[in-house]
Design a protein around this ligand. Sequence first.
Ligand code: PLP
Length: 391
Amino acid sequence: MRRDILYDKIPTSAFIPIMKKRRSFIPVSEPDLSGNEEKYLLSCVRSSWISSKGEFIDSFEKSFAEFVGVKHCVLTSSGTSSLHLVLQALGVGKGDEVIVPDLTFIATANTVWYTGATPILVDVEGATWNIDPDKIVEKITKKTKAIIVVHLYGHPADMGRILPIARQHKLHIIEDAAESHGAQVKTKKTWKKVGSIGQAGCFSFYGNKIITTGEGGAVVTSNKKLADSMRMLRDHGQLPGKRYYHEVIGFNYRMTNMQAAVGLAQLERIEEFINKKRQIAAWYTKYLKDVTGITLPQEASWAKSVYWIYSILVHKPYEHTSKQLMEELQKNRIDSRPFFYPLHMLPPYKTRESFSVSNSLFQQGISLPSGTSLTHIDIQRITDVIIKHAS
Ligand SMILES: *Cc1c(COP(=O)(O)O)cnc(C)c1O
């Protein structure tokens, strides 16, 4: 292959007009890599520290732990591997049950299966769209070992009500914070970032998350024993300082220095990204709050949402269904997403049990464009379509 020709065709500067032209199409999200990402990445390549050791791994782990407000951060290859890693390190396995919300991305429940344990689905609540604390209690059995709470679409789950339940039944709490880096919860008058409230918090750095490393993830915890155990399991179960001596069966769940380089550059701008997400939410709210048949996402008094993806519910008396509105947006070159299929509707988790709240959220929900490069004018264009379509 003539590499020179291939690369000559795409000089870096050509990306800029492409980006500008694309403005007419509004995607649901796109990463902003315009900070130190290129510089840090280049330094990995130039120094040849491209694998899973290097200075960016160490500094990203340290800085991310500090950001969340915990003692330890273990970087991983994905949000999914971070969930599996912590379950494994907590000793969850065959014969155990782990409680998960019915409305979430499928990885939350899949990682429970990876350990040999059984995920137990619990319906969500209408106010936060997160796991319903009252319904958790009904599902606790002698086999229950842990609860994975998910902070969906950037809004925290009701930790103030979930913590006492976990304490009373001696259950681990793992926070799936893959969509909510920087979101906060008020418990006992102090604000805490999500991921710092349970035994451990899991994050994803996939391309559309609050910050990205391309693919990647992290588990944070203040429990040193748990962190050490996860570091060992992440690295094939090898004992630190004893090469090729494997204490247990582990995994290769390591992140590369190149991914961490991008992650560190992203983390430098996380407050800016979160502020922009909240600004976008405020714009949407301003234009949509009086449209009948549209329910906007609520922010609980004890929560600070990061509005990862601004999502609305479409229902009567709005003139059209959520599906029809998505089609109308598409016609206007505006992308949108349906909600996650509730897990009980998917073949691997099919049950006859009814989950009325997650069902209706799924029927009515739409996620709107929420990328940090959106402008006030973009939001006006999107909300105009929604308002015009109302009558
Ligand atoms: C994205 C996501 C994950 C999985 O993260 P990956 O990095 O894609 O493996 C898990 N849980 C939730 C709620 C997510 O949104």
